[in-house]
Design a protein around this ligand. Structure first.
Ligand code: FES
Ligand code: FES
Length: 164
């Protein structure tokens, strides 16, 4: 059965015709946000991680019809200091090789740093433990997230010292 899917995607209203069995990752990509990836479709790889009504979810585990009317943010809509710092750190630390897992890793890292600006290495490893990197670049990914966290803290300290 064909259903109409409406949502706010990265701040803009979107609308699409979808199969009633479509997954949210499929609807989101059909609506143009192709940064979220289709990997396993079984909730194991984290490549499809997005924010749904403020909560990080694996969008292959959500039926699109159940997200009707929701507010969705993908990597394309993640435009803030934490996301920018993570992107820079992933480049600086070679936190990606083929890049397939990267948007999911960054979405998880944003979620982590929003909740915990000073994560330990164990915190970072725990946060990304639901995400797979088939290039096995885990060490560099963990290092990149740690580096981004440190850079963000230094910026905050600098602002505080300068009265900003
Ligand atoms: Fe969703 Fe792998 S595609 S967890
Ligand atoms: Fe290739 Fe992670 S960089 S899957």
């Amino acid at each position: 059965m064909i259903e109409r899917f409406r949502a706010v995607l990265n701040g803009k209203p979107v609308e699409a015709e979808i199969d009633s069995r479509a997954l949210l990752i499929e609807a989101v990509r059909d609506c143009g946000a192709r940064g979220a990836r289709i990997g396993c479709l079984t909730g194991d790889c984290g490549a499809c991680s997005i924010v749904l009504d403020g909560r990080l979810v694996k969008s292959c585990l959500v039926l699109a019809v159940s997200a009707e009317g929701s507010d969705i943010v993908t990597i394309e809509g993640s435009r803030h200091a934490i996301a920018d710092e993570l992107r820079d750190a992933f480049v600086a630390c070679s936190g990606f090789q083929c890049g397939y897992c990267t948007s999911g890793m960054i979405m998880v890292a944003i979620d982590l740093l929003q909740a915990n600006p000073s994560p330990t290495e164990a915190d970072i490893r725990r946060a990304v433990s639901g995400n797979l990197c088939r290039c096995t670049g885990y060490e560099d990914i963990v290092r990149a997230i740690g580096q981004a966290a440190e850079a963000l803290r230094n910026k905050c300290t600098g602002k505080a010292e300068n009265g900003g």
